[in-house]
Every structure is written in structure tokens, then in C-alpha cells.
Write a new protein. Structure first.
Length: 269
């Protein structure tokens, strides 16, 4: 009788592969043999893992060693009567940046002050242009919101806000040649353009300090300011076209509608 033949399995990792050679029943792989093979391979894997762990010892990240310099600054910071440079949150924020942001805060507040004075003028009983009064009141609130946004930025970066004196604005915007509406709007356009230049200077400070986060913040402000310049420039062009007469009354009605759009200033800038 021809001897019975069987197929054996060779275990490699987690897969079982066929091996070709035939064996008699007397030479079959027994459970005891399989257990011995698994034990041998398991021991080999343990050795390989141990070798890998030894290699990883040299590349383990040690966070406390990495942050010890910053930690020492935090521990030394005294919040009671501390100089401006002491801050828990401050990181990569230069004094030049801090001073420049404070200057921009003052510019925004001064613009708000001027627009508030314009609003009071056009709200007079002998001027009676309520649309322009509402528009400049909303513009004043918008500039004050910008100042507050900059103050929030100062706090986030660990700076110290220092408010400066405000320059008293003029209270009378009458102009025999141009009329009060055009005169006030031309002043507003000059302020918006000045603010655009000041924001560019603030961006230059951020670039010089290699402060990418501050530069990105100012770029958002510049984008909004450029749109603001265009809006006021359009108003100036329209007022020059209509002159000082009856057209100003209709322009004032249009301004009342635009003022409602400015009543809730954008929080993006």
C-alpha cells in the first residue's frame, strides 16, 4: 500500500504558507513541535522590539528641557507693578510692535472723535441733515470698535495698552465755496486715506519684527480700510456733482440708508 502523504505548514509571522515536501504519518508536525516553533519565533520578536526601543532612546522628546527658558520667564514675571515687558502670554512680541499698536489705537480714537463732532454738527436744528448725522455717528462707533479690536489684540499678545490724549476736533463745518456736506466728506476722505497709510506703517513694523501673526492681523485691517476709502471717495464724487443746492437733501436721504448698514460694524476688523 502506498504510504499516505500529508502537507505541512510553515508559520511565518501571522500567515500560514504551504510547503511542498511530503512526509509520512510518522513524521507529521505534532502540536508539541508547533508550540516549540511559536515560542522560538516569539522570543525573536521580543529581541527585535527591545533593539528598537534602544534606538528610540536617543530621539525621545523631552518637553520640560525644551520649555525651560520660557518657564523661567513666566516664573520671574511679576504682575503687580510689573514693567510692560513682563507678561505670561507674551511670545515673540517686540516693544516696537507694542508701541506701534498703541499709536494706531490713538489714531482710531481720534478719528472716532472727529466723526462724532461731525455728527453733532449735522444734527443741529439749523443744519438739519439727519442722514449725514446718522452716518457720521455710525462711522464714529465703527472707528471706536476698531480701537477696541486693537486693544484686544494687544492683550492677546501680552502687550500693554496705553491711551494717549485726543485732539479736540472742530465743531463747525460750514464752507461757503463747497458747502458743509462736501467739506465734511472731503475731511473724512483725508482721514480714511491717512489711516490707510498708518496701517501700512504698522504692517512694516510687523514685517521688521518677523511677526507673521501680527502681519496677518494688520492685513485684514488693510483690506477693510481700502474698501472704506473707496466708499468715502464715491461720496465725495457724488457731492461734487450735485453741488450745494437741492441735491444735498436727496443725498442726505441716501446717507440715512447707508448709516443703517454701518450701525453694526464688522467684527472682522
Amino acid at each position: 500500500m502506498q504510504a499516505m502523504q500529508t502537507q505541512a505548514f510553515r508559520v511565518v509571522g501571522s500567515r500560514a504558507n504551504f510547503v511542498a515536501p511530503a512526509r509520512s504519518l510518522s513524521s507529521q508536525v505534532t502540536p508539541a513541535v508547533l508550540r516549540k516553533q511559536f515560542a522560538t519565533r516569539a522570543t525573536g520578536k521580543d529581541t527585535e522590539l527591545a533593539d528598537k526601543k534602544d534606538l528610540q532612546k536617543d530621539i525621545i522628546f523631552k518637553p520640560f528641557d525644551e520649555v525651560k527658558d520660557e518657564l523661567s520667564l513666566v516664573e520671574q514675571a511679576d504682575m503687580n507693578g510689573a514693567p510692560p515687558e513682563d507678561s505670561f502670554a507674551r511670545v515673540g512680541y517686540t516693544q516696537d510692535s507694542e508701541y506701534a499698536v498703541n499709536e494706531q489705537i490713538n489714531i482710531e480714537y481720534n478719528m472716532s472723535y472727529v466723526y462724532h463732532a461731525m455728527s453733532a454738527y449735522f444734527d443741529r436744528d439749523n443744519v438739519a441733515l439727519p442722514g449725514l448725522a446718522s452716518y457720521f455717528r455710525a462711522a464714529s462707533l465703527e472707528e471706536r470698535t476698531h480701537a477696541t479690536t486693537l486693544m484686544d489684540f494687544q492683550a492677546v499678545r501680552g502687550g500693554r495698552t496705553k491711551l494717549a490724549h485726543l485732539t479736540a476736533p472742530q465743531s463747525n463745518y460750514q464752507n461757503e465755496e463747497k458747502g458743509d456736506a462736501l467739506h465734511a466728506m472731503e475731511l473724512a476722505l483725508s482721514l480714511e486715506k491717512l489711516n490707510f497709510h498708518k496701517l501700512r506703517e504698522l504692517h512694516d513694523v510687523a514685517d521688521a519684527s518677523e511677526d507673521a501673526q501680527m502681519a496677518d492681523f494688520v492685513e485684514d485691517m488693510l483690506a477693510e480700510q481700502a474698501k472704506g476709502v473707496k466708499v468715502v471717495a464715491d461720496y465725495v464724487a457724488q457731492l461734487r456733482r450735485i453741488g450745494k443746492g437741492h441735491g444735498v437733501f436727496h443725498f442726505d436721504q441716501m446717507m440715512a440708508e447707508d448709516a443703517s448698514k454701518l450701525a453694526t460694524p464688522s467684527t472682522q476688523y
